[in-house]
Design a protein around this ligand. Structure first.
Ligand code: MG
Length: 329
């Protein structure tokens, strides 16, 4: 048995539901008949259209804006009449730009290498197959010529002659390097084809013969040494050429405080194996957790001598800058 209040409340609910259904039916009919008709009241049961772009965390989804090229969007045309941007589209949140902003700087033109893996035009070639003039050995604060042997198209770790560093200093970079571990492979675990790429002389992406060679996971090839094993083991056999394509973001300091850690992304033989990992600190500490100590924003890149004759070729690096760099006139 229902009370008077319940009957009243049910009656209200029924009227609201009926009203919503009528409004929905009218709305659907209007949409079906003509786009020119006056806008129908929003039907509460109609879900909003899907957002056109992935939602940011915490973002409230709103119906997609109407697209189109209307005069009040401020179209800008080139000499042929083609629309090449707009001046009055909505602002892109968190940026100084509007959607399709005609004044947004165009990315500078870079010509890619003629073949996959070849350096693009804006790369600094650190080894072109001929000499180690871009490299040095640091001794007592002086830069001496790199003592590693150069052969036809590649150079080799001068086992026992010490690590080498670039004469130039770098911060945020993209690095391409090809390497081959000694063949036939000799030794086991860390004592087999060991070398390394150390960004800023501190943060090592391991080079090792990891083809059917078990060692601790965070010390195998493509590991961020002592911190992160690679996602997968993509090792080629000893003597076969392999590649690393690495994005390194330098750590940022404010005095002695770490404002942002270094981040490392690695593609090993074309396969993603480190996905923007936050580096915990200098990887040279082997028996204690890694820590940062503040350093310059740019420092040389190091190739490690670990007493194994690992070969290198086709080494190039690109300085990375942020989005929307001013156009060079
Ligand atoms: Mg190493």
């Amino acid at each position: 048995m229902t009370s008077g209040f319940d009957r009243y409340a049910l009656g209200r609910v029924g009227r609201v539901v009926l009203g919503a259904l009528v409004a929905f039916a009218i709305g659907a009919g209007v949409h079906a008949r003509s786009a020119q008709a006056p806008a129908a009241p929003q039907a509460p049961a109609t879900p909003p259209p899907a957002a056109p772009t992935p939602a940011r965390q915490g973002q409230t989804l709103a119906p997609a804006a109407q697209s189109g090229q209307r005069a009040d969007q401020g179209p800008v045309r080139d000499a042929s009449g083609a629309i090449i941007g707009f001046t009055k589209m909505p602002e892109i949140p968190g940026t100084p730009w509007r959607i399709h902003d005609a004044s947004r700087p165009h990315p500078r033109v870079v010509t890619p290498g003629a073949t996959p893996g070849a350096p693009p035009t804006d790369a600094i070639v650190l080894f072109d197959g001929k000499d180690l003039s871009k490299w040095a050995r640091s001794q007592n604060g002086q830069l001496l010529d790199a003592p590693w042997p150069v052969h036809d198209g590649y150079f080799e770790t001068g086992a026992g002659s010490g690590s080498i560093i670039t004469r130039e200093k770098f911060g945020d970079v993209q690095l391409h390097v090809e390497f081959a571990t000694p063949s036939p492979g000799r030794g086991a675990s860390q004592d087999r084809g060991n070398s390394g790429v150390l960004f800023m002389g501190r943060y090592e992406v391991q080079v090792l013969d990891s083809y059917e060679n078990i060692t601790y996971a965070d010390g195998q090839a493509a590991a961020i040494y002592g911190e992160y094993p690679p996602l997968v083991n993509v090792a080629r056999k000893p003597g076969e050429w392999q590649s690393y394509d690495i994005v390194f973001e330098a750590p940022k300091f404010n005095g002695t405080t770490v404002v942002a850690p270094a981040y490392i992304t690695v593609f090993w033989n074309g396969v993603l194996v480190q996905h923007r990992r936050p580096v915990m600190g200098s990887t040279s500490a082997t028996a204690t957790p890694h820590q940062y100590s503040a350093h310059d924003p740019e420092l040389p890149l190091t190739l490690q001598d670990h007493a194994h004759p690992v070969r290198y070729r086709n080494v190039w690096i690109r300085r990375l800058a942020g989005y929307d760099q001013p156009e060079q006139k």
